[in-house]
Design a protein around this ligand. Structure first.
Ligand code: ADP
Ligand code: MG
Ligand code: MG
Length: 255
């Protein structure tokens, strides 16, 4: 059983005016079998948290720790993080021209599993998973994320969850830009991934609508670069009704 533990995490980003502290002491523990939702206004540092845990070079951890089952995640390369069982779906996924989806996924699976999946069973696995997610078979031959629609990028993330079976998945704004049908398919994919209770999910979102499909065990309010309140799923309903004004002091449209 896995545990991702984030302790007093401080992160700065390099700007023209020098380093700017974005995360100001984040504390969060995600255990296997738990789904945590992080909700917060735009600019509160939610994506910075996922980038920092992913090991994005632009985000400097100035203090604090991140561990997965006691192992120091911050000391790992990006590849090592994936191999250790961390999965990070980015709000703005990168495009990889010239690398087909099927090759990309097989390389990723090889890294995570420690050996290359047998080609024939792999093709079958990918096909089945794509079928469940309603992904067109031609998708497998397209370049990674190149020209993908918002919905296709999100389905691609869930396809990776299905095939790579990471220990802990961090999903940043997986719901943004999805129509109702795509949201349902993506949510079903996340719920399939949660089945069995051996995986942890950190779901970062601005809106509550995805939480009607994926019920979190815990909801955390993120404001000003840290977790300012934690509760159960009912906290999402309060946020839906009242927005983030209580935490930011300013009214934000659409929260
Ligand atoms: P959220 O995901 O909650 O909307 P972000 O983590 O994207 O918040 O951003 C938090 C703050 O950090 C914002 O004020 C944003 O402008 C700033 N920030 C994030 N990344 C960078 C960057 N690469 N350069 C400069 N400022 C950044
Ligand atoms: Mg944002
Ligand atoms: Mg964001």
């Amino acid at each position: 059983m896995s545990t991702l533990e984030i302790k007093d995490l401080h992160v700065s980003v390099a700007t023209e005016d020098g380093p700017k502290e974005i995360l100001k002491g984040v504390d969060l523990t995600v255990k296997a079998g738990e789904t945590h939702a992080i909700m917060g206004p735009n600019g509160s540092g939610k994506s910075t948290l996922s980038y920092a845990v992913a090991g994005h070079p632009k985000y400097e951890v100035t203090s604090g720790t991140v561990t997965l089952d006691g192992e120091d995640v911050l000391a790992m390369s990006v590849d090592e993080r994936a191999r250790a069982g961390l999965f990070l779906a980015m709000q703005y996924p990168v495009e990889v021209p010239g690398v087909s989806m099927s090759n990309f996924l097989r390389t990723a699976a090889t890294a995570v599993r420690g050996e290359a999946p047998k080609l024939r069973t792999w093709v079958k696995e990918v096909k089945e998973s794509m079928g469940q997610l309603g992904i067109d078979p031609s998708f497998a031959e397209r370049s990674v994320n190149e020209g993908f629609s918002g919905g296709e990028k999100k389905r691609h993330e869930i396809l990776q969850l299905d095939l790579l079976r990471p220990k802990v998945a961090i999903l940043d704004e997986t719901d943004s830009g999805l129509d109702v049908d795509a949201l349902r398919v993506v949510s079903e994919g996340v719920n399939r991934y949660r089945e069995g209770g051996e995986t942890g999910v950190l779901l970062i979102t601005h809106y509550t609508r995805i939480l009607r499909h994926i019920t979190p065990d815990f909801v955390h309010v993120f404001a000003g670069g840290r977790v300012v309140e934690s509760g159960g799923p009912e906290l999402a309903d309060v946020l839906e009704a009242e927005g983030y004004v209580k935490y930011t002091g300013t009214q934000e449209a659409g929260a």
